[in-house]
Design a protein around this ligand. Structure first.
Ligand code: NAD
Length: 256
């Protein structure tokens, strides 16, 4: 409780905030982690057999169908209190960037706008030849052809061994270097290069706040605050503790 208040006080004064989210924030929306998604028919596969450019080249129908199944599961899920709290935090902070490793699109559905999706978005597809986004497509059982060049369409997600979108990562890096507070939410911090962002922010003087159900493997030290708990509980509690902007609470300013 004390730590939540401390974080609320720190955020109330901050003008520049960056947030990194991972699969944990969507757990309460019912979206399984990568490995948990490999159940039933898919249980015998290794994620790296399904989420690499080589896998798609070898067996495009298999990969397309796995993503089609994940897409339909994601479509049935809605944002939770954690996603909504971050959308609200964005409205209160002048310079804000949400950096997500998730591909489920739930931050956008909750209303987040100042955001980069570092690993893409499973709800979209793109041309496997030139990466052009294709808005609508037919084809449930095999990858349909790109309407522009005929190459097979693929999910718009970053696969193992692929580079992150350059502009998106540059924006995330800039936000990490400039922010006063960096929140790391629901991520195991194992997947590079996103995993480095919290430490880059910390090295540049930001207070680092880690929200996770488990602090195993997370760093400790001065300037690092741990809030152990589910994102859907901890983030709304932080928001509830945020002081209103000065102009809204001091009657002597003559403003609201
Ligand atoms: P991860 O699965 O490695 O780690 C999830 C973290 O969330 C763990 O540290 C866990 O302790 C924590 N956690 C679980 N439930 C939580 C909750 N309710 N509140 C707060 N924390 C909670 O996830 P990662 O670090 O994002 O890395 C996995 C990779 O897989 C990423 O690249 C991501 O793109 C991808 N992925 C995305 C989704 C999605 O889009 N929802 C789902 C699975 C995997």
């Amino acid at each position: 409780m004390e730590a939540t208040l401390e974080v609320g006080a720190r955020l109330s004064k901050a003008r520049r905030v960056a947030v990194l989210t991972g699969a944990g924030i969507s757990a309460e929306s019912g979206i399984p982690t990568f490995r948990d998604a490999l159940t039933g028919l898919w249980a015998t596969y290794d994620p790296e057999e399904l989420a690499t450019p080589q896998a798609f080249e070898r067996n495009p129908v298999l990969v397309w169908n796995w993503y089609a199944e994940r897409r339909s599961r994601v479509a049935a899920c809605v944002p939770n209190a954690g996603h909504h709290a971050l959308a609200e935090l964005e409205r209160r902070i002048p310079e804000f960037l949400l950096i997500t490793q998730n591909v489920d699109g739930l931050h956008g559905a909750a209303g987040s706008r100042r955001m980069v999706e570092l690993h893409g978005n499973i709800r979209r597809v793109k041309c496997s030849r030139d990466g052009r986004i294709v808005e609508s497509w037919d084809g449930d059982l095999r990858p349909p052809p790109c309407p522009h060049c005929g190459a097979p369409l693929r999910p718009d997600v970053v696969w193992f061994g692929e580079m992150l979108p350059e502009a998106a990562f540059a924006r995330a890096l800039d936000a990490a270097r400039r922010c006063e507070v960096f929140l790391s939410v629901g991520t195991s911090n194992l997947v590079e290069p996103a995993a480095s962002l919290p430490w880059i922010a910390h090295r540049h003087g930001a207070t680092l706040i880690i929200v996770n159900t488990s602090m195993e493997g997370q760093r400790n030290g001065p300037g690092i605050v741990h809030l152990t708990g589910a994102a859907g509980t901890v983030l709304p509690a932080i928001l509830a503790g945020l002081a209103l902007p000065d102009c809204a609470r001091s009657p002597d300013t003559g403003r609201l």
